[in-house]
Design a protein around this ligand. Structure first.
Ligand code: PNS
Length: 166
């Protein structure tokens, strides 16, 4: 059984993430999508909320052989715990590459079994990011075509903080 791990902040999960999840789920026997409990990043949704949204979105998308979880600490620790043969990351544009390349090599330096594979989402998602979704929503824009239905509903129910530049 070949397991892959797709880690991320998922604050919140977008249709671009889901596209990568579906592609990765076809390549591996089991895909674990793991929400990082990253305290250095100020998140809109709690780790639990993010995992719950991910889980519902995966069900909504009909992605089978996909599990969700959360993790604390180093990604390589989670890779070993789940016995993952690969870390999956999405590459939307060349601009993503530099930091992803650095992370992949650092993770392999920390744990030599930690291989990273990059998957490109469909070009229609190449400009979608969780950060932009939150900003567009906060400013009253329509984000319904960029996020799963459950995320759209959860954002609508959230009291968003004012824009940072206000
Ligand atoms: O969705 P994101 O914010 O781009 O995901 C980044 C994430 C969570 C994959 C990365 O920050 C991470 O792996 N965090 C865990 C802590 C860790 O292992 N840091 C060293 C990475 S080189």
């Amino acid at each position: 059984m070949r397991t892959a791990l797709f880690p991320g902040s998922f604050d919140p999960v977008t249709n671009g993430h889901l596209d990568v999840i579906k592609r990765a789920s076809l390549l591996f026997d089991r895909l674990i999508v793991a929400v990082a409990n990253n305290e250095s990043k100020k998140a809109l949704f709690s780790v639990r909320e993010r995992e719950e949204l991910l889980r519902s979105a995966c069900v909504e998308a009909g992605a089978t052989n996909v599990e969700t979880t959360t993790f604390d600490g180093l990604l390589v620790g989670a890779v070993l715990r789940f016995d993952a043969v690969a870390v999956v990351r999405g590459l939307r544009a060349v601009s993503d590459f530099e930091i992803e390349f650095q992370m992949a090599l650092m993770n392999r330096q920390l744990e030599k079994r930690c291989e990273t594979i990059f998957l490109m989402p469909s070009p229609e998602y190449s400009f979608v990011s969780s950060r932009m979704i939150k900003e567009i929503f906060r400013l009253g824009g329509d984000i319904s075509s960029f996020v799963p239905q459950v995320v759209n509903a959860s954002l609508a129910a959230k009291q968003l903080p004012p824009p940072e530049h206000a």
